[in-house]
Structures are given as structure tokens and as C-alpha cells.
Design a protein around this ligand. Structure first.
Ligand SMILES: N[C@@H](CCC(=O)N[C@@H](CS)C(=O)NCC(=O)O)C(=O)O
Length: 194
């Protein structure tokens, strides 16, 4: 298996999931501006989509889209998924919210935009984190162990930290718990973030 990633991109969630699962995998860094990979290849030759994450499976199948990759990893390693009859659906619900609402709201922070657009994005992002905090009484979104949805949420919490966006205490706690996990530290070291 091989993960194409960019440091601190949303692919960090998949990097963490692979390390938490304890599977052997390769990884290759991608420069998102040039689309060049660390070995000198072109990401477009791996996927015409030209963005990360990309997971190349052992049988050469190529998976893209974070929700699909994280869902697939949870299907292979059930400890990274949800419990009970609605477990998988609840995790997918959270992944979809994180991807299509939270992740998308960060666009003005990463790309050239007006102060007004950034201020608006900061408010929207804060509202989304507030929503995710409501009723959160366990260490992670679905109990005392993290799921793939927590890994994706963690990347969004790192982005909030990077852009000095305040988050509610429950999210501060979740971010700190995630940072303390050995697999998370390892993923961040591999990406050169710590
Ligand atoms: N729809 C994709 C979007 C992934 C995405 O936004 N990737 C970003 C990094 S977080 C990226 O590679 N951007 C570079 C580009 O789009 O050129 C998914 O959900 O996986």
C-alpha cells in the first residue's frame, strides 16, 4: 500500500489511520503546487484529480477522496470505525460533515482572500466546532477510542491552531489527546511537522 500525502494536508488523517492500524505501508510526499512527488513523478500520473490523499492498494487499485479512503481503512481495521448497528453510518455522517462543511470552510484561510472573507470563515468554522462539541462527553467522537472521523477532525483542529481560530474546550481537549498518541506523533514526525 502506498499513501501520497502533503504535509499538514487532509491526507494527515489517512497517515494517522495507517499508523494507528499498525499496517506496513509506503508513503510519498507531494508538492501540491507543482504536483511533483518526492521521487520526481507527477501526481497526475497517479490520479488525474491531482490532489491528495491518494491510497494505492496492493492490487494496484487507486483510492481517492478522503471519506472513501478513511471508510475503507475502517472497514479493514474495525477498531478505527464505529460500534453498533448505526456505527458505520454515524462515522460516515461525521466524515461527511468534516469534509463538506468544516474542511471546505477553511478555503479562505489557505488561499488569497479578503479580511472580510477570512472573518466570515472564522465565524463559520467556530460554529462547526461548536456543533461537534455539543454533547461530547467522551474522549473522542464515538467513545473512548478514536475513529477515522477523529483523525480527520484532528487535522481540522491543527488548521484552527495554525490560523489562530479559537475552538471550544472539548475540542482543545480532543486535540491534546490526539497529539499525545504515539501514532499521531509518528505521523507528524514523518510529515516533518514536529
Ligand atoms: N475532494 C477531495 C479534496 C482533497 C483536498 O482538498 N486535498 C487538498 C489538500 S487538503 C489538495 O490536495 N489540494 C491541492 C489541489 O487541489 O490542487 C477529498 O475529499 O479527498
Amino acid at each position: 500500500m502506498k499513501l501520497y500525502y502533503a504535509p499538514l494536508a487532509c491526507s494527515l488523517a489517512d497517515h494517522i489511520a495507517l499508523l494507528e492500524a499498525g499496517v506496513s505501508f509506503e508513503s510519498e510526499r507531494v508538492d501540491l503546487k507543482t504536483k511533483r512527488t518526492a521521487s520526481g513523478g507527477d501526481l497526475h500520473d497517479v490520479t488525474p484529480k491531482g490532489y491528495v490523499p491518494v491510497l494505492v492498494l496492493d492490487d494496484s487499485e487507486i483510492l481517492t477522496e478522503n471519506i472513501a479512503i478513511l471508510d475503507w481503512l475502517a472497514s479493514q481495521h474495525p477498531q478505527l470505525g464505529g460500534n453498533g448497528p448505526l456505527g458505520r453510518t454515524r462515522v460516515l455522517e461525521a466524515l461527511a460533515f468534516i469534509s463538506t462543511e468544516l474542511h471546505r470552510s477553511f478555503k479562505p484561510m489557505w488561499h488569497a482572500s479578503s479580511d472580510a472573507d477570512r472573518a466570515k470563515a472564522t465565524r463559520i468554522i467556530g460554529d462547526h466546532f461548536d456543533f461537534l462539541s455539543q454533547g461530547l462527553t467522551t474522549d473522542y467522537l464515538f467513545g473512548e477510542n478514536p475513529s477515522v472521523a477523529d483523525f480527520y477532525l484532528f487535522v481540522m483542529l491543527l488548521w484552527a491552531e495554525k490560523f489562530a481560530i479559537p475552538v471550544p474546550p472539548q475540542m482543545v481537549g480532543l486535540r491534546a489527546r490526539m497529539k499525545a498518541r504515539p501514532a499521531v506523533r509518528r505521523a507528524m514526525e514523518r510529515e516533518g511537522l514536529i
